[in-house]
Design a binder for this molecule. Structure first.
Ligand SMILES: Nc1ncnc2c1ncn2[C@@H]1O[C@H](COP(=O)(O)OP(=O)(O)O)[C@@H](O)[C@H]1O
Ligand SMILES: [Mg+2]
Length: 510
């Protein structure tokens, strides 16, 4: 640990990197100045992590130059990069679960055989944590920490090695809004000292809030670099996607529709027999989107299972358009007008081995005109599949090929197409855009809003607060299996939701 505040300039020139023919980076230029937060923005697969991993010494570029402080460098490993002052927090953390925080800080840093005093290590960890607003117990073992705390340890690890350039790859993906804000102030403090931060994200408002400059990547190429102050979110989105986005707009509505889903004092067991949903009551009306917010693992999964007939509730009731389906199986729920978009598209939603057309027809095949008596009518079935593929812009379909070969975004479009075509009364969707790129996300969100305008009641369960805030008319927050708050769209802010998600009911004024 040192108090030096030297800074580094980084200049990446014409970087190329392929993986088995996939051009992950194609002639990328990137400059980093001392003391800046430089956002790296781009859709999934744009090549951001690859570029960062090259700078951090994890990958070697196929071609191109890396110039640090005016000198060309070649990194053979992340160790070399760290020695030059560059370190990265990866999307998947690399801590050793069974070691303590302090031990993880020292790991790989001190030479083998050198005895490092545990007390010294712990003191260093505490001091660093206090100085940079990264509080964590140095004696805790990694497996005992929350994801947010583990991320702090990763950052402390870099600071313990006195990194001048910190690369954070999608750090906010695993944080609550409050944790993100606290990370942003840590980032500010680092840059105030002359260090620089590369902040990878695809969330426009975060980039706008925290960065000084933005570089945008698309399909392996750098498409632009701009001072954040001059960057309109709309322009950044266009750079990222390569076309104008039709951002979903939700017509204001007073939601006076009929209640389509009525849930009363519902209790649902968890996997180990303990109760996971502990008496929740709410309604979803025709033509409204009700968002369910919560940190993952607070009963969302069990609530969904209880609502769609995958798990028998222990008490309470679920009513679909006036029909009590509490004790019924999944098929009966579907008959009563329920559509479900599960979190695991291939596990529960689609049949991986069937073709896209067959998957699209799975729910309709019992009805005319797709079957006559007990006979399927293949021509009708096929043409329905074709129509849906076109209508929902499902790309990459090859006749005869199993659906599992489609990309995540196209799988989700197929799933939505199939569910929505059944003209459901209630649509329950869990994290419907998770892992999708901006284009597919837009398509999925617009489908959901179209359902809302058609009069479907939508229950949207998501960990993405932006999504919840953009689509919901009302929001309920689940915490430890209970509803700890309900907010109208007008009242809901990321901050209020974040407090409720952390169980701080009292701090949110009604
Ligand atoms: N280790 C790897 N092996 C094979 N392909 C990879 C590997 N890493 C990345 N890719 C591919 O390179 C492209 C860019 O990926 P990545 O750099 O992870 O993008 P981003 O971080 O912007 O989402 C993607 O098509 C991805 O599938
Ligand atoms: Mg990435």
């Amino acid at each position: 640990m040192s108090d030096s505040t030297e800074t580094l300039t980084v200049d990446l020139r014409d970087i190329h990197k392929q993986f088995y023919g996939v051009k992950a980076n194609e002639g990328v230029n990137f400059q980093l100045r001392p003391g800046e937060v430089h956002a790296l923005l781009g859709e999934n697969g744009a090549g951001k992590s690859t570029l960062c991993s090259i700078l951090a010494g994890l990958y070697r570029p196929d071609a191109g130059e890396m110039i640090i402080e005016g000198e060309p460098v070649v990194f053979k490993s992340p160790k070399d990069a760290l020695a030059a002052g560059i370190g990265m927090v990866y999307q998947h953390f690399r801590l050793v679960p069974n070691l303590t925080v302090a031990e993880n800080l020292a790991l790989g840093h001190h030479n083998l055989g050198v005895m490092v005093d545990q007390k010294d290590l712990q003191r260093d960890a505490t001091q660093l944590g206090e100085r940079y607003g990264l509080p964590v117990d140095p004696t805790a073992r990694i497996w005992q920490l929350s994801v947010g705390e583990q991320q702090r340890v990763e950052i402390l690890k870099l600071l313990y090695r006195d990194a001048k350039v910190l690369i954070l790859d999608e750090p906010t993906a695993v944080l609550t809004p409050q944790e993100s804000q606290s990370l942003f102030s840590t980032m500010r403090q680092l840059t105030d000292e002359g260090r620089s931060v590369i902040f990878v994200s695809h969330k426009l408002h975060e980039v706008k809030q925290v960065s000084d400059r933005v570089s945008v990547m698309r399909q392996g190429q750098m498409v632009g670099e701009i001072d954040t102050a001059d960057a309109e979110p709309k322009d950044l989105a266009r750079m990222m996607v390569g076309r104008d986005l039709e951002l979903p707009t939700r017509a204001e509505d007073d939601s006076t529709g009929q209640p389509m889903l009525v849930v009363r004092d519902l209790r649902v067991p968890g996997d180990r027999g303990l109760e996971s949903v502990k008496g929740v009551s709410f309604e979803v009306r025709s033509g409204e989107v009700v968002g369910v917010a919560g940190v993952s693992g607070n009963g969302q999964r069990e609530l969904a299972y209880g609502l769609v007939g995958l798990r028998r509730p222990t008490s309470g009731s679920v009513t679909l358009d006036g029909v009590d389906v509490t004790e019924e199986n999944v098929l009966e729920h579907i008959r009563q007008g329920l559509a479900y978009i599960p979190q695991n598209r291939l596990g529960m939603g689609l049949s991986p081995g069937l073709t896209t057309e067959d998957n699209l027809g799975l729910k309709a095949f019992r009805e005319a005109p797709y079957s006559k008596g007990r006979q399927l009518v293949p021509a009708a079935f096929k043409s329905r599949g074709k129509d849906l593929i076109e209508q929902y812009d499902i790309r990459g379909v090859v006749p005869g090929l199993p659906i599992r070969l489609l990309s995540g975004g196209n799988l989700q479009k197929a799933l939505l197409a199939r569910e929505v075509e059944m003209q459901p009364k209630i649509l329950i969707a869990r994290s419907p855009t998770r892992g999708l790129d901006v284009g597919a996300t837009e398509a999925v969100r617009n489908s959901i809003l179209r359902e809302r305008s058609r009069g479907t009641g939508v229950l949207l369960m998501s960990e993405d607060l932006d999504e919840l805030l953009a689509l919901s008319d009302r929001l309920i927050v689940l915490y430890e299996g209970e509803i700890v708050g309900e907010l109208t769209a007008r009242m809901a802010t990321a901050e209020r939701l974040g407090l409720l998600m952390a169980g701080q009911r009292d701090e949110v004024a009604p």
